[in-house]
Write a protein that binds this ligand. Sequence first.
Ligand SMILES: Cc1cc2nc3c(=O)[nH]c(=O)nc-3n(C[C@H](O)[C@H](O)[C@H](O)COP(=O)(O)OP(=O)(O)OC[C@H]3O[C@@H](n4cnc5c(N)ncnc54)[C@H](O)[C@@H]3O)c2cc1C
Length: 357
Amino acid sequence: MKPFDFVIVGGGIAGVITSYFLQEYKTLVIDKKGILEGASKAAGAFLFPKISTKSSYTEFINLAILEAFKFYENIGIDTHKKGVLILPRDEKDIEKFKEYEKYITLPFEKRENGFFFRDGGFIEVDEVREKIKVPFLKEEVVSIKRENNLWKINDLYAKNIILASGYEKVLEIPYINIRGIWGERIEISGEWEGDLDIFYHKKCSIAKIKDRLRIGATHKRDCLGCRENEKEAIELIQKAKEVIDIKKYKIEDIKGGYRAGSVDYFPVVGKIIDVDATLSLHPQIVKGEIPKKVKYIEGLYIINGMGARGFSNAYLCGKMLKNHIKNNANLGKIDTTRLFIKWARKEGEKYLKGKKC
Ligand SMILES: Cc1cc2nc3c(=O)[nH]c(=O)nc-3n(C[C@H](O)[C@H](O)[C@H](O)COP(=O)(O)OP(=O)(O)OC[C@H]3O[C@@H](n4cnc5c(N)ncnc54)[C@H](O)[C@@H]3O)c2cc1C
């Protein structure tokens, strides 16, 4: 069989959108669970702006939000764009919000100590699965090797691999550290009062969907043993009660998952650096020198670290990755190189000593 041009390991939103952008190539998505079954299955899939003081991260997130709305609407996915009211969590936040206001670039109105944005909505994960069809194989990737200038993934051959495996590692890459942060998204039926034509974000995100309330948040670090449970669901309901007067409820559904985040919160996208070759070519990197050039591992890419905004970040990251693959376009802040430089300064010397032993 002719080798694939691209095998994408991971069929979450990052892998699916990447496959969508690479349709002109012979591409396959491999996932051990299915399409949109990892963190992507648990997501409330809310799309809404971020507010903060001046920050290139917030600028990236908000550009991704606007682009994602256009993308989903163009392919006929309902974005339920009713607007979002972002509310301060506490007294301290009220003060912070006064500062944030100076840096808001998207249209907004002030409401109840918070900011209301028209650019707020959510999508249904099932609708994404239905509208974006990708070539798919259900299988766990247990082996990735280089053989005759190709990649061998289990028993399949490909010219290129794209790692989109979320918080799980499929290859050891010393300078990339992706962490899983646990969260849950629940749905409740019951009785409540309040303006539910819009949706809310305070300590959690809350939206009315048909006759249910959807409530979601990811917040638990270092919780690799976490499983969906009612105690956490009730904690979420308590947070939601700070915004909506929930009089009676019945928990109808609980979905949990680990969203994947990088150490500096930015997504991690692009070619993978050949650590040994680059360090032997420029040993001064470990002393803080910025390398003029780095060596990459042939045909190996990553798209990961989508954070709490996977359903918007994945679109912009997938688009940028495609332009990088096709035209060598610059990836800016999301490029993996920034992590390599940081890691080499901190850990490079220890790594080289370990190699000599
Ligand atoms: C509770 C919760 C609520 C959230 N709410 C929102 C929200 O409102 N809005 C938003 O934009 N984002 C939200 N997120 C974040 C969002 O879900 C993630 O950013 C996004 O789903 C990450 O997508 P991904 O493709 O990187 O990872 P995943 O969806 O985790 O996909 C990775 C896939 O890789 C597969 N895989 C791993 N190892 C292997 C292997 N060896 N072989 C084969 N397959 C493998 C896994 O099975 C998995 O399906 C939320 C997350 C959670 C957990």
